[in-house]
Structure formats: structure tokens, C-alpha cells
Design a protein around this ligand. Structure first.
Ligand code: GDP
Ligand code: IMO
Ligand code: MG
Length: 431
């Protein structure tokens, strides 16, 4: 059985949660490999909505192993809350179904403080982070003062790590951000109080995953965010702090890239973005408002209104290359129903010149004037369609045009939030 990576190709919220939940039926192991609880992945099963921030979106299926990999940054409080919430709803059957990497870095309370205070202190160019401490936690990993989940198993080491981290953090908090310093003993006690509830889940997940693969298990790697938020390849500095592209699935879970058999890119049929940063096809007119309303475009983590715009094939072309996509999963096609004309951006006019590559600098993106092609829309609702042929011809043509521009076939079309509202052209898990 194949090992498949599922990633977002835009600025996040493409519908990854829905797809990972749907295809968990075919996988044995589901792994998150980057990001943290900045993610908000929405699953809808027979009308019941579940939003997951940290736990992989395979958890609703019994007998699947869900792994939070080494590349994820973990807020232990959020992990406990999420487990408790799932248990209450009867969705968390057995603690053997969830494992957390001992190498995953912990999001500490001061990471959240720094995240929020720092964005607030920016006069211009606020990133609009989720305020969950993601960036500061990854910084501490890179600067080697981070605390890892495995440290929770050894109080002596944990204390040393907390003291080391706070010596520097308190200077920044006090002198640079003008806030009250933190007490290292209190911070240690905070972690100790949480550790009892989480140590049972902590293990060497790379070893476990490699064993499972050797035994013939099929793995789904669940990306968070989207390629345009990748720390290198996205719209830097308006990005998250991890690698969100498919290549990170290997490093973020401790497997070699050769185990990956396919990469599927989730692509909304239009574009959205939550938080600041350039967005060339953004619509501030009635159509933008309509997409926002019909698509219920509010952030699943922060509740912020998502900015909306036309499908940007220049941006998704960039993602297609970065991820080496095997197939596209096009979501929210139903949201486009009722529009007379649809537009797809195929180029950017920058300083009088048209180009079809995605610039890496913010001024070019801010000055980019989208070059559109227009296609006829469709009037009828399409949420009941279950076969590609049941879609109106203009909807099929819209999909066909996206496939043609990107040079990647559409494997799945999503026409509603529920697991069942899906047209499967090719199941990624069936070879
Ligand atoms: P993720 O972060 O990529 O998992 O996506 P989110 O869950 O943050 O946002 C996607 C939103 O769109 C959620 O509210 C989903 O329930 C919803 N959704 C997913 N697919 C479809 C679809 O095909 N049509 C509609 N109307 N909603 C969808
Ligand atoms: P999912 O997995 C959409 C955005 C934030 C902000 C920027 C940096 O649900 O698709 P961070 O807190 O990561 O430092 O914020 O990235 N962002 C997301 N936008 N979906 C997400 O996750 C996001 N995770 C972070 O809004 O602009
Ligand atoms: Mg989301």
C-alpha cells in the first residue's frame, strides 16, 4: 500500500482536514510532520463538525495509528485539551492510537507571550500570526535552547533546560518588550503538572513509523498550512516558521524520502488567505464578499475573516513545482455555483511586464496586476454530485482548465464540507 503526502498548495485552509479524514480509511498510520496548533483542520462526518489543531485528522477512525512527528511544535496544554475533547465526544478510543515524538519541541507559555508581543510591537508589516507561539518555538529549536517532549521524562534535565531557556528569554521579555520576567521554578512546575498526562504518548516515532512501513503499513502524511506560507518558498516574511512543502514530510517524521509514493496538493477552487501579506488576486468587491459568505470563510483557529479572491494559477503553479505534485484535490467547487463568469489568474503584470513565475519579493507581489482568463460559470448547486459527469459542463471545463495550466490531473473534487460530498476520480491509495 502506498505512502501518500497531502499538502496545502495555497495559504492554508484548503480543506486538508476533510481529505485526510476521508482517506484515513485506506491508510494505517496518519502523521503530522510540521506546524503546530496554528493549524485548524475541520472534519465533518454526517453533519457533526470536529476541528483539530494538533492531533492528526485520522483520529476519528478506530484502529489507526496517529503520530505527531518530530517536526511539529507541541503545546502540551493544547494536546491534553484536544485529547479530552475527543474523549468527551467518544472519538478517542485508545491511547495506543496516538503517539508523540520525543524529539518534538514544546511550545512554552513564553513563546506565546513573545509571539503576541512581538507582532504587537511591529508598527508596520504585522504578520498577523495566530499567536500560538509557533515562530518563537521554532526559533528556540534552531538556536538550540528549545525544550523537547522527551525532556518531560527526565525532571532533572527538564529543570536545566528551563533555566537555560529563561536566562535569555527574560532579558528579551523585560528589556526589549517591557513585560514582566518569568519565574523559572514556576515554569518547571507548569511542565511537571502537564507531564503526567502526556508522557504515556511520548516515544521514538521515527523508529515506530519505519517499523510500520517495513511491515507493509500504508502511511498518510498530513501537511498543515500551505506552500505559500512556507518559511523559504512562501511570501516571506508573511509566512509561518516551518517548511510546509511535501519535502518536509520526510524530515518532519524521520523517514527517508524514498518511502513516499505520491504527493497530492489540496487546492481551493478559488483563493483565500488569513493574516497579512500580499494576495494578488484578492477581491474587495461583491464577488469577494460572496465567496467569503458562501464559503463560510472564517479561520478555524482564530475565527478571523478570510480574505478571498480568484483562483491564482501562478501561485499554485509555484506550489506544484515545490511539491512535485502527483495529483490535485480541488475543494469548495460548490462555492463558485451561481457566478456568471469565473476568472483564473495566469500571469502577473509587474512594472509593465507579464510573467508567470511567482516572485519571491514582497514589492513585486504587491505591485502584481493579475492577468486573467475568463470562463463561463454555472447556475445550479453541485453539492449532490458524486461523479465527475454529474457536474455541469462549465464546471468540468473549469477543472479541465486548471489541470491544463498546472499540468497535473485532478484526482478528487470536493463539493461540500461533509466526508460524503466528494467526487473521487482517482483514489490516491489505490495504485
Ligand atoms: P484545512 O486547514 O486545510 O484543514 O481547512 P479548514 O478546515 O481550515 O478550512 C476548510 C473549510 O472548508 C472547513 O470549514 C471545511 O469544513 C470546509 N470545506 C472543506 N471542503 C469543502 C467543500 O468542498 N465545500 C464546502 N462548501 N466547504 C468545504
Ligand atoms: P491550516 O493548517 C491558514 C498564517 C497566519 C499568519 C501566518 C503566520 O489550518 O491550513 P503563525 O501563527 O504560523 O506564525 O502565523 O500564517 N497561518 C495559517 N493560515 N491556515 C493555517 O493552517 C495557518 N497557520 C498559520 O494567519 O498569517
Ligand atoms: Mg485550517
Amino acid at each position: 500500500m502506498p505512502n501518500i503526502v497531502i499538502v496545502g498548495t495555497q495559504w492554508g485552509d484548503e480543506g486538508k482536514g476533510k481529505m485526510v479524514d476521508l482517506f484515513s480509511e485506506y491508510a494505517n498510520v496518519i502523521v503530522r510532520f510540521q506546524g503546530g496548533n496554528n493549524a485548524g483542520h475541520t472534519l465533518v462526518v454526517k453533519g457533526e463538525q470536529v476541528i483539530l489543531h494538533l492531533i492528526p485528522s485520522g483520529i476519528l477512525h478506530p484502529n489507526k495509528l496517529c503520530i505527531i512527528g518530530n517536526g511539529v511544535v507541541v503545546d502540551p496544554g493544547v494536546l491534553i485539551e484536544e485529547i479530552e475533547g475527543l474523549k468527551e465526544k467518544g472519538h478517542f478510543k485508545d491511547s495506543e492510537n496516538l503517539k508523540v515524538s520525543e524529539e518534538a519541541h514544546i511550545i512554552m507559555p513564553y513563546h506565546k507571550t513573545l509571539d503576541i508581543l512581538r507582532d504587537k510591537a511591529r508598527k508596520k508589516g504585522k504578520i498577523g500570526t495566530t499567536g500560538r507561539g509557533i515562530g518563537p518555538a521554532y526559533e528556540d529549536k534552531a538556536s538550540r535552547v528549545g525544550i523537547r517532549m522527551g525532556d518531560l521524562k527526565d525532571p532533572k534535565r527538564l529543570k536545566e533546560r528551563v533555566n537555560l531557556a529563561l536566562a535569555e528569554k527574560n532579558f528579551i521579555i523585560k528589556e526589549y518588550l517591557g513585560a514582566d520576567p518569568l519565574n523559572p521554578d514556576e515554569m518547571f512546575e507548569y511542565l511537571m503538572a502537564l507531564s503526567d498526562k502526556v508522557v504515556g504518548y511520548i516515544t521514538n516515532t521515527s523508529l515506530l513509523l519505519n517499523k510500520k512501513i517495513a511491515e507493509g503499513a500504508s502511511v498518510m502524511f498530513e501537511g498543515a498550512q500551505g506552500a505559500l506560507l512556507d518559511v523559504d518558498h512562501g511570501t516571506f516574511p508573511f509566512v509561518t516558521s516551518s517548511h510546509t512543502v511535501a519535502g518536509a514530510a520526510a524530515t518532519g517524521s524521520g523517514v527517508g524520502p524514498t518511502v513516499i509514493d505520491g504527493v497530492y496538493g489540496i487546492t481551493k477552487a478559488y483563493t483565500t488567505r488569513v493574516g497579512s501579506g500580499p494576495f494578488p488576486t484578492e477581491l474587495s468587491d461583491e464577488i469577494g464578499k460572496r465567496l467569503q459568505k458562501k464559503g463560510a470563510e472564517f479561520g478555524a483557529t482564530t475565527g478571523r475573516r478570510r480574505r478571498c479572491g480568484w483562483f491564482d494559477a501562478v501561485a499554485v503553479g509555484h506550489s506544484t513545482r515545490l511539491n512535485g505534485l502527483s495529483g490535485l484535490i480541488i475543494t469548495k467547487l460548490d462555492v463558485l455555483s451561481g457566478l456568471d463568469t469565473l476568472k483564473i489568474c495566469i500571469g502577473y503584470k509587474i512594472d509593465g511586464e507579464v510573467r508567470d513565475d511567482f516572485p519571491s519579493d514582497i514589492p513585486s507581489l504587491e505591485n502584481a496586476e493579475p492577468v486573467y482568463i475568463e470562463l463561463p460559470g454555472w447556475k445550479e448547486e453541485i453539492d449532490k454530485a458524486r461523479n465527475f459527469e454529474e457536474l455541469p459542463k462549465t464546471a468540468r471545463d473549469y477543472i479541465g482548465k486548471i489541470e491544463e495550466i498546472l499540468g497535473v490531473p485532478a484526482a478528487i473534487i470536493s463539493v461540500g464540507p461533509d466526508r460524503e460530498d466528494t467526487i473521487i476520480i482517482k483514489n490516491p491509495f489505490e495504485e
